[in-house]
Design a protein around this ligand. Sequence first.
Ligand code: NAG
Ligand code: NAG
Ligand code: NAG
Ligand code: NAG
Length: 484
Amino acid sequence: MRGHNKNTSSGGGGNRRPAILHLVCVAAFFSLFVFFIQSSLFAGSKTSDLNNREEIRILSNFQSSVQQCVANRGLGLTAHITDHCKLTLKFPQGTNSTWYNAQFKIYEPLEYHYDVCDSILLWEQYRNMTTVLTREYLDARPDGWLDYAAKRIAQLGTDKCYNKTLCEEHLNLILPAKPPFRPRQFQTCAVVGNSGDLLKTEFGEEIDSHDAVIRDNEAPVNQKYAKHVGIKRDFRLVVRGAARNMVKILNGSCLLAAADEVLIIKSVTHRDFNAMIKSIPNPVYLFQGIVLRRGAKGTGMKSVELALSMCDIVDIYGFTVDPGYTEWTRYFSTPRKGHNPLQGRAYYQLLECLGVIRIHSPMRAQRKQDWSDVPSREMINTAHAAALRLKRGLSDPSALGEFGSCKVWGNVEPDNEGPMSGASDMSDVRKNSNYNKWEITPFESLRKEARDHYLQMEGVSLYKMDGNKLDDLVCVRHSSKSVA
Ligand SMILES: *[C@@H]1O[C@H](CO)[C@@H](O)[C@H](O)[C@H]1NC(C)=O
Ligand SMILES: *[C@@H]1O[C@H](CO)[C@@H](O)[C@H](O)[C@H]1NC(C)=O
Ligand SMILES: *[C@@H]1O[C@H](CO)[C@@H](O)[C@H](O)[C@H]1NC(C)=O
Ligand SMILES: *[C@@H]1O[C@H](CO)[C@@H](O)[C@H](O)[C@H]1NC(C)=O
């Protein structure tokens, strides 16, 4: 917490001492002051230069590993290092850029520039984040109810929640008091996209062997596609349009398994959704951390963010990451027009070489599953720490540590936690369902890694304020009594 100590000194009253003495004192004080400032500045810059050299050395080594990883795994992509942070990924000469951006009247470029220092800070941060919208987040965030909640409800009728009760009526059903899932809850997760690529391989069993499987929108899960996409279902990230068809989507698949699937609405809820949500047994939440008003770009990335907020290892399947793509296809329907295939491919490759995801695709299917050329966890942690020190500067040691990015703090007392998920008007179909399969996972039954993390974080949940900004976290402290 930061104190505000304004107005501690008051203006001097009538001073009757000889003016000359006064002046001497002021002059002496002033030169002492200047001397102090100069020497501390000088010492400060000297140490930080020395230390920065060490950070730069660590990050330069890391860049080389990333470069080698791209050379080994990039299917023709190459990485070109500019400095200890900047890196360019290039497609090979002669690559046909087939996607035409009508807005800017250009074909997709063959080169993409990245700041690896920022990327590693951002994506490692997701491992500690909560990505489900909760009541504690809305309560802690200053504009949480009035502004932010209003943006998550379509057709509210007003631009802000002037009437909080009304907004609560819209959100209660999908608003748990605290995070229903925890960082490090699973060891392995599969994120399954919808690409037609999936039909070229038989990854079904491999996908099902993960601790949790995350799917997308209306992707069907049934015997017809089982050998390609698996049958296990745990999470499904849906946009508003797909949420509207939820009953049909769930009904189109194996019903028993579908009942446990957690649905997370990516964009906004709608006043008409509540009746539908009450009729299905599935847990339903809103995604937290969506960049509002930025269109569909980076939809697959949200699934990766969700996965990272719960899983140590994130394997992705069914994203169009192989060279030669001319159109977007889906495994269960006819092709539709694609967008930014080269940009996406380059970025996914960067993420693989930053240890964020592991890519599975037809062109990689025949290869032995060998991840030894991806930088190790230890190396990533070292590079992350160096990037963090470099970014924060050494002048403010308190800015390091787990809570250095917390901008807004909230506190929750256990007696004050409220119902988990809109329990107050939960319908019978939900009460008798496995709705609580996840939410009541007792602390002692969690993986050791998840428990250790919770204790190390002193029971604080971290949320992004908006999108991809690193330094704007909302941090909510739970009283230690609420562990059990
Ligand atoms: C690019 O397109 C041209 C003309 O369609 C074709 O001849 C060439 O093989 C393509 N190159 C690649 C790398 O696909
Ligand atoms: C706020 O909304 C609730 C629920 O719709 C309604 O009962 C109440 O009258 C509203 N309050 C005001 C001041 O409009
Ligand atoms: C779900 O599917 C069954 C048949 O498989 C059908 O009888 C029922 O009407 C469907 N329900 C909805 C809500 O679509
Ligand atoms: C994430 O949490 C771990 C504790 O499990 C902590 O050591 C680490 O500093 C945190 N990383 C970030 C980026 O907040």
